[in-house]
Design a protein around this ligand. Sequence first.
Ligand code: NDP
Length: 295
Amino acid sequence: MTARIIDGKAFAEKVRAHVAEDVLAVKSKYGITPGLAVVIVGEDPASQVYVRSKVKQTAEAGMNSFHFEMPSDTPEAALIAKVQELNADPRVNGILVQLPLPKHMNEATVIETIVPEKDVDGFHVINTGLLAIGDKKAMVPCTPLGCLMMLQETLGDLSGKKAVVVGRSNIVGKPMAQLLLNANCTVTIAHSRTADLKAEVMAADIVVAAVGRPEMVPGSWLKKGATVIDVGINRIPAPELGEGKNRLVGDVDFASAAEVAGAITPVPGGVGPMTIACLLRNTVTATCRQNRIDL
Ligand code: NDP
């Protein structure tokens, strides 16, 4: 293996420690404790795991954590009423509604109910628009923000680099591309209709894979020395670990990619831990903005 491994777990620990220092400063100087409210509807096991981690890490950072569980048959109007209550609650600086929502709900309607200033997931169209025009007031979606931070930590200034983002979802691919553009990269967004994905990946100094297809980007597609950020989280059968066992892999074939890349994030232990760290960071940012605090 030649690539440097980008240790997202260690980096996320540093970010969380920094957040905890900021929380302490906001508390001691202004008497304000940042608060994050997480709302989960239904019993999706993966979502339950994420929400438990978010609640735990929020408390560990010294913030107030408000956690609401609603049954899967909750009417959309009841969820909207809960969001409106949190919008009006001064103890709550950040609101996160865990996605996906049950099928009878319209996710966009629910997300648009969150006041943009408390939208710490950065999914509200106002924040999407602010990010698109390069306005620093945007609340930036946590996963792409974590990816950008890891890229800047690894490469320093990103100006002039060629970046390809594979995937164009509203929560990862598109905001990732906007962030890279704002950081002065030359950005290509690839997707399922891209004519020659290999050629697009091969031309890039930075590859961000956010597809949801296990190990689809092989090392042979990469430019020598490229920096690879693997957002994918895919569970695949792992009979070698025992009957019925699974393991997590990314969208990049780690073994072959690590022979060609200059640096690469592992799965697990890469992008994943940074997502919650950035959520905590966004909550502190939201608290400071709401109270006109300059740390
Ligand atoms: P989506 O399913 O919403 O989007 C996937 C994107 O990949 C789409 O734009 C799709 O293109 C594109 N795509 C699908 N197949 C191909 C293909 N063969 N070639 C090129 N592009 C393709 O997924 P998300 O963006 O929500 O998530 C992507 C991955 O990241 C998932 O594995 C998810 O689990 C993971 N994830 C990880 C997070 C973390 O914290 N680490 C957080 C969020 C997501 P098209 O638009 O044309 O359909």
